[in-house]
Design a protein around this ligand. Structure first.
Ligand code: AFD
Ligand code: MN
Ligand code: MN
Length: 432
């Protein structure tokens, strides 16, 4: 086992915590008394919060961009080693992000076993591997211009299948247990492709990938309504997704990216439906106002995030053995320091979970059974209105993290130190 050496001097975290510790304890006790009046044990909630985890995308550690531009910052990571170091900073401060999700070929990994050791030394492991057949790489024999797993040309499909199988093989060496497949396949013109035949081709390709999965792996299929294809996409919605996942088999499940739905769609209901059929594989957390904006989780609509977690908590209670969705952040940090955005997002996600834990489930069931609409609504709203920040801070302090992760990160001077060590990243554009 690699010796654990966290990126920030623990003294920096301790100095920060000394200032905040008493206030956190005071707020935690006050909230504990308030929750006790509702017959809720704050320590029990705290233990569940401490067990919560959400993976960080390796690509989210770098500065993202829109299709118009990218604005690099000094000291941002430019390779997988630097990205992992930054992910380790996030984990050291918040203690709920112990896994990193990789994306190939964006992450160039010469020796996966060695990278696994390196990550372990920083207190990290690896979550799902993500394949990329939505853009071409230099030197690649066939283009994905007209699609990948659903492409008309069988040589293109074979290349895309082989890439996905390569991702599984790398992931096995990293200790991953899932492959996430999102394709950009679709059309821009009515009539461009047969809607039926393109889905047939996708399913055939997906079956070959599925057959290459190790027995303890899952294949997570991610649907998306539009973009980069603007008329139709091959895996457009959760209905298509669940039908495909069912056709593939038990190891295939659906991945819900919060930004991949039509406007105003009731995403929490989709969560409940997928869980009901045993097909809820995981999440890509982010937030959006207009489409797949990839903004920070909870930045625009924290209430929706709460309602999603309300369904997740209910789904777990209904079937605890089958419930194991993979949680991951999938964001593009265009104008903030990615470490700060990841910390803020992880906090928003775990806060939504903590609030969902506060819902009085038996009172809610009773209100629902009586058709007492206002009572049921007020039970949810009371949980959502509770300030859970002291539960989260206490869980972090107990685990060795920071009372206020973003302030501690700023105090650490990590980014300016890295600006002296790391080579500058490139200008450019592109959605990541
Ligand atoms: C896409 C999808 C998918 C993909 C990611 C890359 O959400 O998860 O891997 O962006 O940034 O929109
Ligand atoms: Mn996604
Ligand atoms: Mn997306």
């Amino acid at each position: 086992m690699a010796e654990l050496k966290l990126p920030l001097a623990q003294e920096v975290v301790e100095t920060h915590n000394r200032v905040h510790r008493d206030a956190v304890a005071e707020d935690y006790q006050a909230l504990g008394r308030k929750l006790a009046r509702r017959a809720t044990d704050i320590d029990a909630i705290g233990r569940k919060v401490a067990d919560f985890s959400v993976a960080i995308p390796s690509w989210g550690a770098g500065v993202g961009g829109t299709r118009f531009s990218r604005f690099p910052i000094p000291g941002e990571p430019t390779n997988v080693h630097e990205k992992i170091a930054d992910c380790a900073v996030v984990q050291q401060l918040c203690r709920i992000t112990p896994l990193v999700s990789t994306h190939f070929p964006w992450d160039r990994i010469d020796d996966p076993a060695a990278l696994r050791e390196e990550a372990a030394g920083l207190g990290l492991g690896f979550d799902a591997v993500n394949s990329n057949t939505f853009e071409d790489q230099s030197g690649q024999p066939f283009s994905y211009r007209y699609g990948s797993l659903s492409a008309t040309d069988s040589a293109v499909r074979e290349q895309a299948i082989a890439h996905n199988i390569d991702c599984i093989r790398i992931g096995e060496k990293l200790g991953s247990k899932a492959l996430t497949v999102w394709v950009g396949d679709g059309t821009n013109f009515p009539g461009q492709q047969s809607q039926r035949a393109s889905l047939d081709r996708y399913i055939e390709s997906a079956k070959t990938i599925y057959a290459a999965l190790p027995a303890d792996w899952r294949m997570l299929i991610e649907h998306k309504l539009y973009e980069p294809a603007f008329y139709s996409t091959v895996i457009s919605d959760w209905g298509t997704n669940i039908m495909v996942a069912k056709e593939l088999g038990i190891q295939a499940q659906c991945l819900v990216d919060l930004g991949h739905h039509a406007p105003n769609v009731n995403i929490e209901q989709i969560v409940a439906r997928l869980a009901r059929f045993g097909k809820l594989g995981g999440f890509h957390f982010n937030d959006s106002k207009y489409g797949d904006d990839d903004l920070d989780a909870g930045a625009i609509n924290p209430h929706q995030l709460f309602l999603v977690f309300n369904e997740l908590v209910e789904a777990e209670a209904a079937d605890p053995k089958a419930f194991r969705p993979a949680y991951m952040i999938d964001e593009s940090h265009n104008i903030t320091d990615p470490i700060e955005s990841l910390l803020a997002s992880a906090e928003a996600i775990v806060a939504a979970f903590a609030r969902a834990l506060l819902v009085d489930r038996s009172a809610l069931a009773e209100a629902q059974a009586k058709d007492d609409v206002m009572a049921a609504f007020r039970i949810l709203r009371q949980a959502y209105d509770t300030d859970v920040s002291s539960i989260l801070a206490m869980a972090r302090l107990t685990a060795g993290g920071a009372a206020d992760p973003i302030s501690a990160y700023r105090q650490s001077g990590w980014r300016s130190l890295k600006a002296k060590e790391r080579k500058p990243s490139k200008l450019g554009s592109g959605i990541v």
